[in-house]
Ligand binder design. Structure first.
Ligand SMILES: C[S@@+](CC[C@H](N)C(=O)[O-])C[C@H]1O[C@@H](n2cnc3c(N)ncnc32)[C@H](O)[C@@H]1O
Length: 288
């Protein structure tokens, strides 16, 4: 079945709805699982000491706040389309007395003013653009001449089988389960590094370096049901199923995770790309 082509409006609806609320509810767990990616970004921020940093698709703010708390870093701004996620980000920044600010906007089209970010980072927040070239060109316009763009994106489903366990196990039982469009915006949109390189070049970024980073992730086994009933395509539709179907699905899906259960822990390998690029000189190119 061919999935409908999504637009940023649809992504905004998703991240202001079921997906955004699930990420808010599960913020502590998700940040714990994705801590290694935060650490790698923050090490780079500490080395570069940007005067103005932009965190794209910052969600509930972990990486923006961590960057803002890094010695030598100037203003840190997180941009996201999701109001519930940003509301939590603001609370966390206040609680941690971090000098981070947050902006609700579509990073693909927002006119950043002034356009002076010398570092742009993202932890899995740049794969959801309807038009990635337009988005990268917009980020280029927001950047200084010598800016660094540094983000993580997921490699493909074949290398991240844990991320598809739930939908594969639930598909036969739930005909309305959303189907992923491999060419559309979404979690695996940047699986092909050659495509990412092209998108960056067309958007006004140069010297792209794309390398695989594998991270061993773990979380408590008692959070597993919460994990697969709230996140991903299954999390979006499960609530609509009747109680009997729901408990049947939960039972089937839970046993599909058996290979990942180690005592009281869930362990899986996460396969990502670390992408680093530099702002190309402004003469010529799609960003003009
Ligand atoms: C997978 S989450 C990652 C959140 C955060 N970076 C983290 O690591 O916790 C993807 C984020 O991208 C945001 N997003 C999606 N499309 C966006 C757009 N066009 N502009 C800004 N943010 C967007 C979503 O709202 C969501 O917060």
């Amino acid at each position: 079945m061919q999935a409908a082509r999504q637009t940023n409006d649809e992504q905004a609806t998703l991240w202001n709805g079921a997906a955004g609320h699930a990420w808010v509810e599960m913020q502590a767990l998700l940040d714990r699982v994705m801590q290694p990616f935060e650490t790698l970004l923050v090490e780079a921020v500490a080395a570069r000491k940007p005067s103005r940093l932009l965190d794209v698709g910052c969600g509930t703010g972990a990486t923006t706040i961590a960057a803002a708390k890094t010695r030598g870093t100037g203003a840190c701004v997180g941009v996201d389309v999701s109001e519930p996620m940003l509301a939590l980000a603001r609370v966390r920044a206040g609680r941690e007395a971090a000098r981070a600010t947050f902006l609700r906007a579509d990073a693909q089209t927002h006119g950043f003013d002034p356009p002076a970010f010398d570092m742009i980072i993202s932890r899995f927040g740049v794969m959801f653009f309807d038009d990635p070239v337009e988005a990268f060109a917009n980020l280029r316009r927001a950047a200084t001449e010598d800016a660094e763009l540094r983000f993580f994106a997921w490699r493909g489903p074949a290398e991240n089988p844990f991320m598809l366990v739930a939908e594969r196990a639930a598909a036969p039982l739930l005909p309305n389960l959303p189907v992923r469009d491999p060419n559309g915006p979404g979690q695996f949109a940047f699986a092909d590094p050659r495509r990412v390189e092209r998108l960056l070049a067309d958007g006004g970024w140069t010297d792209a370096a794309i390398r695989p980073i594998d991270v061993g992730c773990r979380f408590p086994a008692d959070a597993l049901v919460h994990w697969f009933t709230r996140l991903g395509p299954l999390g979006r539709v499960l609530d609509a199923a009747d109680a009997r179907t729901r408990s049947h699905i939960i039972e089937s899906v839970r046993s599909a995770y058996d290979a990942y259960v180690h005592g009281n822990e869930i362990r899986f390998d996460a396969a990502s790309w670390l992408v680093i690029a530099r702002s190309a000189p402004r003469s010529g190119g799609a960003h003009e």
